[in-house]
Design a protein around this ligand. Structure first.
Ligand SMILES: [Cu+2]
Length: 179
């Protein structure tokens, strides 16, 4: 039978299955199953997937919490905009606000210590992209994502917005200190 010409007998699905075709169906199906089970496997065993919690919030409620933590644990100010550098104690909740077109505040964390990082947006959708680690988290208005993180390398990281959010998108960059 040719694939170009229509089959002489139109009941082509009643043809016996060719061995080669059956072999490829089995191989493809087995590979589908491997990939299917790798999803939960990597979630539990792999190190690249983040386990996050998500809660409903509002811009007002979230910014009140973020400001309270920033005021309490501010260690200094940086940049012309006098953005506070906030160093909350290990194990505590740390907050990051995304808005057009900035991140607030600047976080300073300790290596090897675990924190609960809260993320939310004041306006539109933004993306938390941690460089050079390639960690990406959606930052949405009305939702509070809580990601449990343990920085394992000291240094100065960059946080970029990776969801196009308008004319100042490229300026939506900040730092994250790990010492
Ligand atoms: Cu943005």
């Amino acid at each position: 039978m040719s694939a170009i010409l229509p089959p002489g007998e139109r009941l082509w699905w009643k043809q016996p299955l060719d061995r080669v075709e059956l072999t490829w169906i089995i191989i493809a199906f087995a590979w589908c199953m491997v990939m299917f089970f790798m999803m939960p496997y990597w979630h539990v065993v792999g190190k690249q997937n983040l386990s996050s919690e998500t809660y409903r919030t509002t811009a007002e409620a979230y910014s009140i919490k973020a400001q309270a933590v920033a005021e309490k644990f501010k260690v200094r100010e940086e940049t012309d905009e006098k953005i506070p550098v906030v160093a909350p104690p290990a194990g505590s909740d740390v907050y990051l606000i995304a808005r057009l077109w900035s991140w607030w505040p600047i976080l300073e964390l300790e290596k090897g210590k675990t924190y609960r990082l809260h993320l939310s947006s004041m306006d539109y959708q933004h993306g938390f992209s941690l460089q050079p680690e390639n960690i990406n988290i959606q930052v949405l208005p009305g939702y509070e994502h809580v990601v449990t993180i343990t920085p394992n390398r000291a240094g100065t990281y960059a946080i970029l917005c990776n969801e196009f959010c308008g004319i100042g998108h490229h300026k939506m960059v900040t730092k994250l200190y790990v010492k």
